[in-house]
Design a protein around this ligand. Structure first.
Ligand code: TGC
Ligand code: FAD
Length: 409
């Protein structure tokens, strides 16, 4: 009897603890202690915003494949659009760990919402800041930071995804203008974007980056329909048919593939953190469910096979958290290499996808419904595994780094 009571107390206290956000099981190695007060404040503000603005609408938006466009201004108010860029351009000037923590909380809500922030901040604002003229920075960054203006990033083409160096999109000089021709594929936000950061080859076969006003004659951005993943995010093409781009729109400070790949390093870093958020949401749901749901007269969590699943999940989450935190500190010191970013993106997304699958199993039949978030995260993470460099491309980047042999050529 005493034992029974103790078991009940233990079970109840775990249930209670699991209902609280700061349940220590979610931060198994006290990573909290490694964070500054500012970092915690930004993370908690993002978490609160997600709970208030994203969680109540996300299942419906995902089911109906509707992009919750209004959230972009909220992301701007939160400071989640280009948070680590300087205050002079309307940004928060945070460190990279803060940026990562914000992406983690956004993706706890949904990968599509983190995508919206990643694209705007890392793939549109970052190149304008890093490679643009001061005039370009002042013209675009403050409006992009508030979400008043929407940007997209055009690198991938119908015939060139993993290998962007073979891109066919071209610019040809014509007086003070370039004439832009070509097509980009799988572009997040293109159907609703005001501007696009586009990468194209010039007459010397050198890759150049430019800001394209999408209202210009000859630009179109048809939406891609039928996605079974990232359904709360809008994706489209970019088609350029003799578009006249003033030469002042081209980035003066970068030439070559290094330009777009540098932007990818920044966004991949954010994804390495973001994926942890999706993994945590699935783990959290599985832990709660397994404590509540009883079969064979006891909670699912009491069975050894369920405990194995949960133990492996929290172990992988913890390893991913440590990887992301360490990478963030290296980024802040300016010491992170693209190959280190690559490893973290690959590992953490794969980790989250495996957790989503295991968590879905723990929910049994209920796991396939939208009463629980696992299936939605799982479907989203299939995209996250592929974009910003596929899982296998990142394996080859690490392979090249450790062997010195290039498997791409
Ligand atoms: P390679 O010869 O290796 O490199 C060319 C130059 O770039 C430098 N570099 C990098 N610089 C910064 N960051 C990186 N990650 C870099 N990787 C390479 C490199 O040092 C070299 O510089 P230099 O000075 O010598 O010229 O280029 P490669 O043609 O052999 O390509 C290598 C490969 C395959 C790794 C690269 O093409 C690649 O990463 N492919 C994957 C493509 C990709 O990730 N596409 C993503 C599209 S955008 C997207 O998916 C957005 S999703 C949006 C959302 O979140 O919703
Ligand atoms: P491919 O390159 O054709 O690859 C197909 C398969 O072949 C993959 O499994 C790949 O790993 C494998 N493969 C390729 N090369 C090799 C090799 N050398 N060795 C072994 N295996 C190989 N792009 C943008 O520019 N901007 C965006 O905003 C953007 N948003 C996206 C949003 C969504 C929802 C999606 C799905 C994609 C988005 N992308 C975007 C494109 C994304 O980056 C590409 O899909 C990705 O880089 C892979 O290119 P691909 O689809 O052409 O596949």
């Amino acid at each position: 009897m005493e034992t029974m009571e103790n078991q009940t107390v233990t079970k109840e206290s775990f249930k209670q603890a699991a209902r609280q956000d700061n349940y220590s099981g979610h931060d198994y190695y006290n990573i909290e202690d490694l964070l500054t007060e500012e970092q915690k404040i930004a993370r908690d503000a993002t978490r609160d915003w997600v709970k208030k603005e994203v969680s109540p609408i996300i299942e419906d938006a995902f089911e109906r494949a509707v992009y919750p466009r209004h959230l972009l201004k909220g992301l701007g108010q939160l400071g989640a659009l280009g948070p680590s860029l300087p205050a002079k351009y309307g940004c928060a000037g945070t460190d990279e760990v803060t940026y990562g923590l914000m992406m983690m909380e956004l993706e706890r809500g949904d990968s599509g919402i983190r995508s919206a922030a990643s694209v705007q901040g890392s793939l549109v604002m970052f190149p304008i800041y890093k490679f643009g003229s001061e005039e370009q920075r002042m013209q675009y960054l403050p409006k992009l930071a508030t979400g008043e203006m929407i940007g997209c990033f055009g690198l991938t083409e119908p015939n060139h995804g993993s290998n962007p160096s073979d891109m066919e999109t071209r610019i040809k000089a014509d007086g003070d203008y370039y004439i832009l021709n070509g097509a980009k594929m799988w572009i997040t936000n293109s159907p609703i974007a005001d501007i696009a950061v586009v990468w194209a080859k010039d007459e010397d076969n050198v890759i150049r980056g430019m800001v394209v006003d999408l209202t210009l004659e000859g630009c179109s951005a048809p939406e891609i329909h039928g996605k079974l993943s990232l359904r709360a995010s809008i994706t489209g093409e970019l088609v350029f048919d003799n578009v006249r781009i003033h030469k002042s729109q081209v980035f003066p400070n970068i030439k070559g593939l290094k330009g777009p790949l540098s932007c990818l390093s920044k966004a991949r870093y954010g994804i390495a953190w973001g994926a942890i958020g999706a993994g945590l949401d699935c783990y959290d749901s599985a832990l709660r469910y397994s404590l509540e749901r009883e079969q064979f007269g006891k909670p699912l969590a009491g069975f050894q096979l369920t405990q194995k699943k949960l133990a492996e999940m929290i172990t992988e989450i913890t390893k991913a958290q440590l990887l992301a935190w360490r990478l963030g500190t290296l980024m802040d010191q300016g010491k992170a290499t693209p190959a280190q970013v690559s490893m973290a993106k690959r590992n953490n997304v794969h980790m989250a996808l495996e957790i989503a699958r295991e968590a879905r199993q723990i929910h049994g039949g209920m796991g396939i419904t939208n009463e629980y978030p696992c299936m939605r995260h799982m479907m989203n993470l299939e995209t996250v595994l592929t974009y910003e460099g596929t899982h296998d491309i990142h394996l080859l980047i690490t392979g090249m780094d450790v062997t010195g042999l290039n498997a791409f050529k």
